[in-house]
Design a protein around this ligand. Structure first.
Ligand code: GLN
Length: 244
């Protein structure tokens, strides 16, 4: 099956190797006989119909300010796609712009597209370091790296991606990280995230296959190196101690 991927603003929102997540999707799909057809969706580009998986990476406040108003033009099509169960992975700065707004370090309020039930306000300090999450809903853990000034506040009843075991997470206070809505997932975890969390890469790929009308089942892969990478990242996060 060809999985159609829409990569939003690859030239603006791509820090801490976030574009590496696309390479992981491609390699894990190919290992199961599927192909990825990746389309860049940039400034003033329309959102193509029939995308199975949307992806957006992170960025500094400056890059977010450059894309935010263009992203709002795409909001309707992206919201409709998510309501029609397209998969969506959004990292850090991209995650913040999937909420209602991001008030940045300069106090400028950047509009979001309101796909995720949350808003974000930058604080006086940056939240930086390795993170370990407990994702009880999947019986798994997620390990990655965070670096953000934004404090993300989930709406009451919103589903977080995970409970923070080590690290700051959404706001350094709530004890939660990320957000899930239908098949859209937002997270602060960079690294990139997916090489050290193969279960999550497969979960999102399965969502995309389901949207493409294909069998979402994915044969297990050896993932020895991936498991080691996860363990190294988790050990670093644990070394931070507590939730800070
Ligand atoms: N600029 C945003 C913040 O500082 C997002 C940073 C990022 O994508 N790493 O919170």
């Amino acid at each position: 099956m060809t999985i159609r991927v829409g990569h939003l603003y690859p030239d603006y929102l791509n820090i801490y190797a976030d574009r590496g997540n696309i390479a992981v999707f491609a390699a894990r799909a190919r290992a199961r006989g599927h192909e990825l057809d990746v389309q860049a969706i940039g400034m003033s580009d329309p959102v193509p119909a029939g995308i199975d998986l949307f992806y957006v990476g992170g960025g500094q406040d400056r890059e977010q300010a450059l894309v935010a108003h263009d992203l709002v033009q795409k909001a309707g099509a992206l919201r409709d796609a998510v309501e029609a169960d397209a998969a969506f992975l959004a990292v850090c700065g991209g995650y913040q712009l999937l909420g209602r707004y991001y008030r940045d370090v300069a106090g400028e309020e950047l509009p979001g597209i309101g796909i995720l039930p949350l808003h974000t306000v930058a604080g006086p300090t940056r939240m930086i370091g390795d993170v370990l999450l407990d994702c009880a809903w999947a019986g798994q853990t997620l390990a990655g790296f965070e670096n953000h000034a934004g404090r993300t506040i989930l709406d009451p009843g919103a589903e977080p991606l995970g409970r923070v075991v080590n690290g700051f997470g959404n706001d350094g206070d709530s004890g939660f990280e990320g957000c899930r809505y239908r098949r859209a997932y937002g997270t602060y975890l960079h690294g990139p995230l997916l090489p050290r969390n193969p279960w999550f890469a497969d979960l999102v790929l399965s969502d995309a296959l389901r949207h493409a009308g294909a069998d979402p089942e994915l044969a297990p892969l050896a993932d020895e190196l991936e498991r080691q990478a996860h363990e190294v990242s988790a050990r670093r996060a644990r070394a931070r101690g507590g939730r800070r």
